[in-house]
Ligand binder design. Structure first.
Ligand code: NAD
Length: 361
């Protein structure tokens, strides 16, 4: 087992990473949450897997919703909150989020608002949720005007990641998490990036030892950044590497392009921009492209994206200031631009357009 401590403004919590951790879920939850009445929140796909994982949950303490991003709404949040109230949950209760990032964001938001906030545990079951979404305390729901627009900062009391659960993930969902791990290498750790290059075969085969290292190192990197800047005032912006262009591409595709695939494409395009601006030596974008391709992630788009719509989406990015689109960009493999406390740089629309259209050639 490995564990990582994550500190935040009002305390700290442990992320346990251990194949087989679900087998001693009760004990690990007890250590993180104390003695509390637990309400488990999950989606129907994950809830159906619990027999396969030998996971016994109290039938009257399990609250589920249909799997998928379309459920991450205020409607599901209110339905879950009402069900917990009707079942007698109170301030001495706690929530356990069992599932991917959708469950974690939604259940975390229920916990943040239930009786003005009760503790919760994250038990992530997708790679993306293990190495990214379950850490950092951002919780919330989507609205018709955009993703994650209503939410809160509510750090979990404990995170319990069992890499064995990743064996049932569909390939495409699994690989989406690998794109975020590549991003962690680019922003903070050249040696970790090189380890992913060397370990691609084991990672694609979902070797448990390789997965445990992957999740642990990524969580350490994310934890290091969010501990310094919990509320996204400064350095946390570097976690957005690749994401500004990714959001533009996702929105332009009307969310047909999966987020993880968009992040990989965004990372390549943003590294190319850093090269063209002379911030980083040529060659980084190609190294990133080759690794993503090796991991089975797309590195080009089939048809050129409608640039006006991509730009429109990027213009609404929350990192922007004074109407300029700003990106978090690398200055070397494993190091991001951090000039005088400014973690993003303004980028011209011409440069953005040429990098995005470059993804189609
Ligand atoms: P998800 O939760 O929808 O899971 C993807 C699919 O995999 C779902 O159908 C789910 O039922 C299924 N699944 C989950 N675990 C499984 C398993 N072990 N075996 C088989 N199937 C399984 O999506 P996701 O990719 O995990 O997360 C995406 C969400 O995470 C987005 O809403 C995004 O906004 C959010 N997110 C949040 C943060 C944050 O900091 N809070 C960071 C990144 C992403």
């Amino acid at each position: 087992m490995t564990s990582v401590r994550v500190t935040h403004a009002t305390g700290e919590y442990t992320v346990h990473v251990e194949p087989g951790a679900l087998g001693r879920l009760g004990e690990l939850l007890g250590r993180g949450l104390g003695h509390r009445h637990l309400g488990y929140i999950s989606d129907d796909t994950v809830a159906a897997l619990r027999a396969q994982w030998n996971l016994q949950l109290p039938q009257d303490g399990l609250f589920t919703f249909p799997a998928g991003e379309a459920s991450k709404t205020r409607k599901t949040w209110s339905r879950l909150s009402d069900a917990l109230l009707a079942a007698g949950y109170d301030r001495q209760s706690a929530i356990v989020a069992l599932g991917g990032g959708v469950v974690g964001d939604l259940a975390g938001f229920v916990a943040a608002t239930f009786l003005r906030g009760i503790p919760y545990a994250q038990v992530p079951t997708t790679l993306l949720a293990m190495l990214d979404a379950s850490v950092g305390g951002k919780v919330g729901v989507d609205t018709a005007l955009g993703k994650n627009l209503i939410g809160a900062f509510h750090p979990p009391a404990v995170v319990i990641a069992d890499p064995l659960t990743l064996l049932t993930l569909p390939d495409r969902v699994y690989r989406a998490g690998l794109a975020e791990a590549v991003k962690h290498g680019v922003i903070a750790d050249a040696e970790y990036f090189a380890w992913i290059e060397r370990s691609a075969g084991r990672l694609l085969a979902r070797d448990l030892e390789a997965l445990t290292h992957l999740v642990t190192r990524s969580v350490e990197i994310k934890a290091g950044v969010v501990s310094e800047d919990e509320r996204e005032g400064g350095r946390r912006a570097i976690l957005n590497a690749g994401h500004t262009i990714a959001h533009g591409l996702e929105q332009e595709s009307a969310y047909q392009l999966p987020h993880g695939e968009a992040v990989g494409l965004g990372l390549i395009a943003e590294c190319r921009i850093a090269e063209r601006m002379g911030l980083v030596a040529d060659g980084l974008s190609e190294r990133v492209r080759v690794l993503l391709a090796t991991l089975g992630l797309p590195t080009r788009v089939a048809t050129p994206p409608a640039m006006a719509r991509v730009l429109e989406a990027m213009l609404h990015d929350k990192k922007n200031r004074d109407g300029a689109i700003r990106l978090a960009l690398p200055v070397a493999l494993g190091r991001m631009h951090e000039g005088q406390g400014k973690y993003t740089v303004p980028v011209t629309q011409d440069l953005l357009a040429s990098a995005v259209s470059g993804l189609a050639s």
